[in-house]
Design a protein around this ligand. Structure first.
Ligand code: 5AD
Ligand code: SF4
Length: 449
């Protein structure tokens, strides 16, 4: 049957959806070009904030009447459990984020046996298909970029965050399995991999990722830098990215990898959440403002062009104007290249949901707008420093707005756009050198050299 997966949420969800596509194709189904064209529609849901959950669940609701089979997968399923069928009485199946591998079997049970309301919420299992990648000609995936899940779940337990409840305890995939997966992707044309985990620098902490006797030519003590070093040695692989990082994991060994491994992109997404020590401690983040800033300065000492991006929550319970101004000044001191601002949303079952959500909506909105405006200026300023320099860019394809231009990303994950010169044939997935001539808050414009 023809299926379509509609994805909400983070890169982890994007990757899980891809794995589901691979499993569905292996089971004999075919990917539809659009959801209109599909007989089975699966919505992959997020629940990190209430609005995110409403969007995904609402989408599934809208699709139900028109489709033969509708399923919901991902984080919101785990949070809602059986209640999902109260909310969506006509939903056919629901599957949690650690057991999406069951989807093809569930689809069989529904089509063959007419079962309805099938639900598997799962616990801490490793989903079947965690390493399955669809052939890019049969899926929506890029032929030259790939996500690879290395760490499942999260054990950080920040006060506001529902992720540990929905994605379960941490499990690090064996390093040899990850390395084999990356090698096979590279054999199939992949140039850039992005390693995924909620807190990926905790790779190998809860369960060992390396076996005794595995090679360790760099002499690393920490599992994640050791993995990066090993992947850096794979011929044909051009770039290694990873996300997301907890500031605690920004160790000297990680900095050493940035120095020694040229394929590891000099970009770190390092969510800070707040610049006020009082709020950071309430959130259970386990670092101070100064510790965070010194992690950033280690990276910028290595390379002033090192791209650091972040997530910030505004309106956490008890956040005063003074706390907020501390966040503002931290963002300025850190000189973030980009930032994502979120309005605090209490999530059921988290520690902070027991505190009064006492920052008024209008004040959250104001703080959001202030930080966005600051970032706009800072982004233009940070990008302005690159005018005149040459950036190595992975060419992604014609720009959406103007097909006479191509766009791609530099190592810092900055979008770079250039005019295609007459007689030059650009190729997707190739590395090109672009001299930057113009800077905008979110993009760089340049010329091919
Ligand atoms: N409310 C608002 N933002 C949140 N985030 C996580 N939980 C919440 C919440 N309850 C934000 C954090 C995290 C990003 C993915 O979402 O900033 O880094
Ligand atoms: Fe959303 Fe978090 Fe789940 Fe990603 S892990 S989909 S951000 S709830």
């Amino acid at each position: 049957m023809k299926f379509f997966v509609h994805t909400y949420g983070c890169q982890m969800n994007v990757r899980d959806s891809e794995a589901v596509e691979a499993l569905m194709i292996a089971a004999g189904h075919e990917r539809a070009r659009s959801e209109e064209d599909a007989e089975i529609v699966i919505v992959n849901s997020c629940t990190v904030r209430q609005k995110a959950e409403e969007k995904a669940v609402g989408k599934a609701g809208n699709l139900i009447a028109a489709k033969k089979i509708t399923g919901l997968m991902g984080c919101a399923v785990k949070r809602m459990g059986e209640d999902v069928f109260k909310r969506l009485p006509k939903l056919d199946f629901a599957v949690g984020p650690r057991c999406f591998g069951l989807i093809p079997h569930i689809v069989d049970r529904i089509t063959a046996g007419g079962e309805r309301h099938v639900i598997e919420t799962g616990a801490d299992e490793v989903p079947d298909g965690i390493g399955a990648h669809p052939d890019s000609s049969k899926s929506g995936a890029s032929p030259f970029q790939a996500y690879v899940t290395v760490l499942l779940g999260c054990d950080n337990r920040c006060s506001y965050c529902i992720v540990p409840d929905v994605r379960g305890h941490e499990y690090s995939r064996p390093a040899n399995e990850v390395i084999a997966e990356v090698k096979s992707l590279v054999e199939n044309g992949v140039k850039e991999v992005c390693l995924l985990g909620q807190s990926v620098l905790r790779y190998g902490v809860r369960n060992p990722a390396w076996r005794d006797g595995d090679p360790n030519p760099g002499g690393f003590k920490e599992a994640f830098p050791r993995l990066l070093h090993a992947l850096n040695g794979i011929p044909g692989l051009e770039r290694i990215r990873f996300t997301s990082a907890h500031p605690k994991g920004c160790t000297d060994e990680l900095v050493r990898v940035y120095r020694e491994c040229p394929k590891v992109c000099r970009h770190l997404h390092l969510p800070v959440q707040s610049g006020s020590d009082r709020i950071l401690s309430g959130m259970g983040r386990r670092y101070t403002r100064d510790e965070y800033l010194s992690a950033v300065s280690k990276l910028r000492t290595l390379d002033p062009g090192f791209a650091v991006t972040t997530d910030v929550i505004v309106g956490y319970p008890g956040e005063t104007d003074e706390d907020f101004e501390m966040t503002r000044s931290l963002m300025e001191e850190a000189g973030f290249d980009n930032s994502f601002i979120f309005k605090y949303s209490p999530r059921p079952g988290t520690r902070s949901a027991l505190l009064p959500d006492d920052v008024p909506v209008a004040e959250k909105e104001r703080r959001d707008q202030v930080l966005l405006a600051d970032q706009e200026k800072r982004g233009a300023r940070r990008n302005g420093l690159l005018v005149g320099s040459v950036r190595r860019v992975l060419a992604e394809g014609p720009s959406k707005r103007n097909p006479a231009r191509w766009s791609g990303r530099d190592g810092g994950n900055r979008i770079v756009v250039w005019d295609v010169k007459e007689g030059v044939v650009e190729r997707q997935g190739s590395l090109v050198d672009i001299k930057i001539t113009e800077a905008h808050p979110q993009t760089l414009i340049g010329e091919r050299i």
